[in-house]
Ligand binder design. Structure first.
Ligand code: ATP
Ligand code: MG
Length: 438
């Protein structure tokens, strides 16, 4: 029995009492994405394994160690998405979205799966918000995407977040840097971990991203990519920096950022917090001009970022940023007797149709217990309907906060109008107008 009542290691449930925190953050993400002209893309949770091998890169930790890959009953190898970019790029190509013209701007809010060692801020199922731009070579695009991520942190009121920026060059200048790195790491070969040894020939830049303490120590003295980038990459990088300065966004150059996925070119960036422990990177992204071509499309300059929602929520917690509580019940209606219960049901439905929150008993509580329950859920108003009320078609409306009671007609339209007036703070006038008995 234990097996079916335990969730899988590295996964977390988001329970009804806490989902409002997620919704709050997600709403801000959607709003900011919209104001930057992005529309949502939703892609399947699994894809052909080859898609991730080709795009994320088969020398990365994600592909070498972390993917949830399995063979289907039909004998196909499929993988649960470890990130959002590959699926979005695949969908874009498959449906010829680019025929509508560039740029294409899409955002996603999605779950991701990586077989990692679970710890604070690191799960096996986690969630990302991401933005993707296709067909935008200009450095204004890099700046726009960074500003968009920044605007989300800003709206949430997050503080002490460092924006770290680097350029990792392009296919023209990267070979020279690879060569320099290879020579450097060759000289320290005996100390590198086994995975890094295997990366030495194929992709020495990946060693810079290794999390083993020995490899990271060696990597910290490696040649710096910024000394090797070509003039075009340099101009692009200067452009990004000048736009960020114009937007008043502070950044630090960090030449050790290479990002964990293979598809990056030129600009790479991370937003890093020092308030949530070792897993401090809340958002990472950059440019990936070679990705679409790698997947069989035309060369398409592209870029984007992924933001970890769990880490962002940890950050909000650690900075004690308050998330507004979800709205509470506006009206709780109690019916006494079968006929009155049906009337209560009818009123409740009507009030709900006016977009207010109304509730009634569905568990068979006594009247007293229902009163207690209405109190517990912090209902703003309550009403009791019995035989007398049915006959007179009026009932007492109780303000649960101050105990005020008034007779009102049994009419859901009246409640909605009354409620609006109450919210607008001129309900006494409304009640007078309606000439109701006290
Ligand atoms: P890290 O270096 O921490 O492993 P990464 O470089 O693998 O991160 P990305 O692939 O860039 O991460 O993913 C973008 C964002 O998604 C990260 O900055 C982080 O906020 C979040 N993220 C990545 N992996 C996890 C995970 N296992 N659990 C929770 N959040 C994650
Ligand atoms: Mg990782």
């Amino acid at each position: 029995m234990k097996l079916i009542t335990n969730g899988i290691k590295g996964t977390e449930d988001i329970l009804p009492g806490e989902s409002y925190r997620w919704q709050f953050v997600e709403d801000i993400m959607r709003k900011q994405a919209q104001s930057y002209g992005f529309r949502e893309i939703r892609t399947p949770v699994f894809e052909h394994t080859e898609l991730f091998q080709r795009s994320v890169g088969d020398t990365t930790d994600v592909v070498q160690k972390e993917m949830y890959t399995f063979t289907t009953k039909g004998g196909e190898s499929v993988t649960l998405r470890p990130e959002g970019t590959a699926g979005a790029a695949r969908a874009m190509l498959e449906h010829g979205v680019y025929n509508d013209g560039y740029p294409i701007k899409a955002y996603y809010l999605t779950s991701c799966y990586r077989y990692e060692k679970p710890q604070k801020g690191r799960q096996r199922e986690f969630h990302q918000f991401g933005m993707e731009v296709y067909g935008a070579p200009s450095y204004f695009a890099d700046a726009e995407v960074i500003c968009a991520a920044h605007s989300i942190f800003d709206r949430l009121g997050v503080r002490n977040l460092d924006l770290e920026l680097n350029s990792i060059g392009c296919s023209k200048c990267r070979p020279k840097y690879h060569q320099a790195l290879k020579e450097y790491f060759e000289s320290q070969k005996d100390q590198l971990c086994e995975t890094c040894l295997s990366r030495l020939d194929r992709n020495p830049m990946r060693i810079l991203d290794c999390k083993s303490p020995v490899c990271s120590e060696i990597a910290s003295h490696a040649p710096t990519v910024l000394d090797y980038i070509c003039e075009d990459c340099q101009t692009h990088f200067e452009g990004v920096k000048s736009c960020l300065e114009a937007a008043g966004i502070r950044f630090k150059i960090n030449p050790t950022i290479v990002r964990g996925l293979d598809y990056y070119t030129r600009t790479v960036f991370e937003f890093v917090s020092h308030d949530i422990g070792a897993q401090g990177t809340v958002c990472g992204g950059g440019r990936y001009d070679g990705l679409i071509e790698e997947l069989g499309g035309q060369p398409t300059p592209s870029l984007g970022f992924g933001m970890g929602i769990e880490r962002l929520l940890l950050l909000l917690d650690s900075q004690k940023i308050e998330i507004p509580q979800p709205p509470v019940c506006d009206l709780y209606v109690i019916g006494m007797g079968e006929q009155a219960k049906r009337k209560a049901f009818q009123i409740i439905e009507g009030v709900r149709n006016s977009s207010l929150i109304a509730e009634g008993d569905i568990v068979g509580r006594s009247m007293k217990a229902q009163m207690k329950y209405a109190d517990k859920i912090k209902a703003k108003f309550s009403m009791v309907i019995g035989d007398n009320e049915l006959q007179s078609n009026q009932a007492k409306l109780r303000n649960m906060e101050n105990g005020d009671e008034r007779m009102v007609p049994l009419d859901d339209g009246f409640f909605s109008e009354f409620y609006q007036a109450y919210v607008d703070n001129d309900h006494s006038e409304l009640l007078d107008q309606l000439d109701l008995m006290k």
